[in-house]
Design a protein around this ligand. Structure first.
Ligand code: ZN
Length: 255
């Protein structure tokens, strides 16, 4: 990190610390740290890849496993379709924050509904054999924001830290960061009114297992609603106190 950035962050952090201490959160005029656009990818399902994508044929990948095997959202986003669909029997489509759409077919059961927001790695369905299918499997497909024929899911997932075949939950490992500033509160949840489980007196090395959105902390044009989960401390720290220029920490999955 550049020294200038460091100094700027530190001054803002001290203000933010004072703000949190008084329980007041001033409104910011601008947002120097943009809202996170995308989160880390997740393994959609455990199983054997029985058919890969091809440029002229199959427009997704098929992952085969037993009926009832959990199926997970490959990334955070909004469910834009969930229900019956010809060929698929049942399908789910998720529009992700970066515009891509992931599509899931042939499920036995689905556990989300249209309009619902899902986290990366959240279970959305169980594997099945509905529709045009010769055995229980997941048809997983990726479309660009422009729609149309599915693109190759392999590089799409690789860009997000997932390689097929994959194991759910074993995706991107956590990462070490440092906190900065003094009197940094670790809270039981991602809210400014959540119980303080610990207070860090000074810069502390922390292993961040995952991050999630919660109460927004605004200060001097910075706006950050991301919080880091630190298992060793038993709680969450606002990312404003994590010594990194990005509001949403790179390489850390969503909780
Ligand atoms: Zn398929």
């Amino acid at each position: 990190m550049h020294a200038l950035q460091h100094i700027r962050s530190r001054s803002i952090g001290l203000l933010a610390a004072a703000v949190v201490a008084t329980g007041l959160v001033p409104l910011a005029a601008g947002s120097a740290q943009a809202a996170p656009a995308a989160s880390t990818g997740s393994c959609p399902a455990a199983g054997q890849v029985t058919q890969w994508w091809s440029s002229s044929g199959h427009d997704g990948v098929d992952i085969a496993n037993a009926t009832g095997t959990p199926i997970y959202a490959a990334g955070a986003g909004q469910v834009i379709a969930a229900g019956t669909a010809s060929g698929y029997g049942l399908w789910i489509r998720i529009k992700h924050d970066d515009g891509y759409v992931t599509e899931y077919g042939h499920m036995d059961t689905i556990g989300v509904s249209t309009g619902q927001r899902v986290n990366s790695g959240q279970q959305i369905a169980t594997m099945g054999n509905r529709g045009v299918s010769t055995g229980p499997h997941l048809h997983f497909e990726v479309q660009t924001a422009a729609g149309g024929r599915g693109i190759n899911p392999v590089p799409y997932l690789a860009d997000r830290g997932v390689s097929l075949p994959c194991s759910p939950g074993s995706g991107t490992p956590g990462t070490n960061f440092s906190t900065w500033g003094t009197s940094v509160n670790v809270r039981a949840d991602v809210r400014l009114d959540a119980r303080v489980v610990r207070t860090l007196t000074g810069p502390t090395r922390v292993y961040v297992e995952c991050q999630k959105r919660g109460d927004t902390v605004n200060a001097e044009g910075y706006s950050n609603n991301a919080w880091s989960y630190v298992p060793a401390l038993g709680g969450y720290i606002s990312n404003i106190y994590i010594d990194h220029a990005d509001a949403w920490l790179p390489g850390v999955r969503e909780c």
